[in-house]
Design a protein around this ligand. Structure first.
Ligand SMILES: C[S@@+](CC[C@H](N)C(=O)[O-])C[C@H]1O[C@@H](n2cnc3c(N)ncnc32)[C@H](O)[C@@H]1O
Length: 291
């Protein structure tokens, strides 16, 4: 039905989370069930575990293929809302996992508009019932705000120039048009495709990815049982910085530390994994244990 997403750092996640029989899991970015499938195989606790994703295509796959006839709880929500709901319900878990960002299916399906390599609509919504899409951001935001977004979320050195080109070319209707404007700002060759940073920035804005993460982290600590483990895989430096700072601020020698940091340095993919799954190249895994 769908091309399957390959889970990154799978062995490393299992090695650090150490799932045990009967333990409960929340996978806040369940995607296509690569990580959660193996964790649940070990714990066997389907009824007490939850798989969350904001994308209806992923939810469809989890319900009808990956976990068909399995009594696990599968919910289509963004993870901030899911975290608030669990908190209000006073739920606690042994294992929490978040493998952030988009799936291979998002990138490979041109119609979702995430890829600068193939032409598609300016969409980039993980949750397609959401109103705000990339077209809305690109065609209605003021130029100064676009420049800020490209600078902050894309770390794009030519943010102001690209923002100006975007505003001058309105209405922009396709991912190819946007990629062409980025190329115009970067004449000549560069190692990275000149559209990479702009597409990352617009995607982060559309899906509010950084706010979702920083607002959810304090709740995730609350949702862990004592001895519970939280693993987060991030794919770009902005996300990793948020996770690193939050874990450092809540662990260590301080009297009120709630966490023990078990990855002093982030775990990254080995050469074999990078060759077989290039998406793993930028993955960073950080894990903490609740005291
Ligand atoms: C990298 S993929 C996860 C893949 C998964 N670990 C697997 O093995 O199949 C990230 C998934 O998280 C979802 N996602 C990203 N941000 C989210 C958020 N704030 N709330 C809920 N789901 C989110 C995306 O829709 C995507 O399906």
């Amino acid at each position: 039905m769908y091309e399957i997403h390959s889970p990154v750092l799978l062995n490393e996640v299992l090695d650090k989370l150490k799932p045990k029989k009967g333990e409960s899991l929340v996978d806040f970015t369940a995607g296509y069930g690569g990580h959660s499938g193996l964790i649940l195989d070990t714990t066997g606790n389907f009824e007490g575990s939850y798989l969350i994703d904001r994308d209806s295509q992923a939810i469809d796959y989890l319900k009808n293929i990956a976990f068909k006839n399995k009594p696990v709880n599968i919910q289509q929500k963004d993870f901030y809302q899911a975290s608030i709901d669990f908190f209000n319900e006073k739920k606690k878990f042994d294992i929490i996992l978040a493998d952030l960002g988009v799936s291979s299916l998002h990138i490979n399906d041109h119609a979702r508009g995430f890829s600068f390599r193939n032409n598609g609509p300016l969409d980039m919504r993980m949750d397609q019932s959401q109103q705000k899409d990339a077209g809305y951001v690109l065609n209605t935001y003021p130029e100064y705000r676009l420049a800020e977004i490209l600078k902050e979320y894309g770390e794009e050195p030519k943010a102001k120039k690209i923002a100006r080109y975007i505003v001058e070319s309105r209405p922009i209707q396709s991912t190819s048009e946007l990629a062409d404007l980025c190329a115009k700002a970067w004449p000549g060759h560069s190692k990275t495709n000149p559209a990479t940073r702009t597409f990352q920035a617009i995607r982060i804005e559309v899906n509010q990815e950084l706010g979702q993460l920083s607002d959810s982290l304090p709740i995730w600590i609350n949702l862990l049982k004592s001895g519970g483990r939280l693993a987060i895989i991030s794919f770009h430096s902005l996300e990793d910085r948020i996770v690193k700072k939050f874990f450092n601020d809540n662990s260590g020698e301080r009297y009120d530390a709630k966490l023990t940091l078990i990855t002093k340095k982030p775990i990254t993919a080995g050469q074999n994994e990078i060759v077989s799954n290039p998406r793993s190249r930028s993955a960073k895994l950080r894990v903490v244990v609740k005291k």
